[in-house]
Design a protein around this ligand. Structure first.
Ligand code: 9D3
Length: 248
């Protein structure tokens, strides 16, 4: 997969994309990510990229020519042009899965009060938001999209963390996790996890995952893909039974 990122602040996105899973995926040639400075697509001696809005009002708008030049230079035959914008469709795991199937994404980071509407209407295929809070531009959202998509690409994650195992892929929250030491400040680890009984451990994790989802994100249970057994446990939790009722 190829991802092009168009931004006025390349420094904001460069170093996070050199680290961790995404950095390794790039080094291994599993994803080809290029960051483009919008200013380099602006003509004139001063390379102006923004102007005040027609009709007045505060702030600045990204002007159309540099954005058009960048998009048209980069889109190619198969590029999907995505504007990061607070008015866009909300990014979810399902949207990330859809994007991961495309060969080429062009991510356009908005800035200031937005982009000229003609670019949005004519040159952008899709608009994405990462949630209902106000940021100062599309750079952090572009990083979020890039990471969410890259980790789904074939070969990027090791076997131990296959994306199909993700709680969100299954539609549930994760069960609690513990590691060494067994006792920390007299706080102990659940006995069952130290028992070596892998059947019991799997069942404990399944029940705890359902219980946590019921407690914190009951909305997820509406759409989760539950087995008949899991559905029975959820019915029990809804009736006020504690998770321990289903464990031994
Ligand atoms: C001051 C202008 N705002 C009026 C309420 C609109 C606005 C425009 C541009 C607010 C924020 C921004 C900058 N944000 C993004 O470009 C952005 C974003 C976000 O702020 N939140 C969640 N997802 C995204 S994707 C792009």
């Amino acid at each position: 997969m190829k991802i092009d990122i168009i931004t006025l602040f390349p420094g904001m996105v460069e170093s996070p994309l050199r680290e961790s899973i995404v950095g390794r995926a790039r080094q291994r040639g599993l994803v080809d990510i290029t960051i483009h400075n919008l200013r380099e697509f602006a003509g004139g001696r001063h390379q102006v990229t923004d102007e005040p809005p027609f009709g007045g009002g505060g702030g600045m708008i990204l002007k159309p020519e540099p954005l058009a030049a960048a998009i048209e230079d980069l889109r190619g035959a198969e590029g999907r042009v995505i504007l990061l914008d607070p008015a866009g469709r909300r990014l979810t795991q399902q949207v990330a899965c859809e994007l991961a199937r495309r060969p080429h994404l062009v991510l356009v980071c908005g800035r200031y009060e937005g982009v000229d509407e003609r670019v949005r209407e004519r040159l952008v295929d899709e608009e994405l938001s990462i949630g209902d809070y106000v940021l100062t531009g599309g750079e952090l959202p572009a990083l979020v999209v890039t990471e969410a998509v890259t980790r789904l690409l074939p070969g990027v994650l090791g076997h131990e963390a296959a994306p199909a195992q993700d709680s969100f892929a299954q539609g549930l929250l994760e069960h609690p996790q513990y590691t060494r030491p067994e006792v920390f400040r007299e706080w102990t680890v659940p006995d069952i996890l130290l028992s070596g009984d892998h059947g019991k451990i799997a069942r404990w994790r399944q029940v705890m995952s359902l219980a946590r989802t019921w407690q914190r994100r009951p909305d997820l249970l509406e759409t989760a893909d539950l087995s008949p057994q899991e559905q029975k446990w959820v019915d029990g939790l809804r009736q006020g039974r504690p998770p321990s009722d289903f464990i031994d």
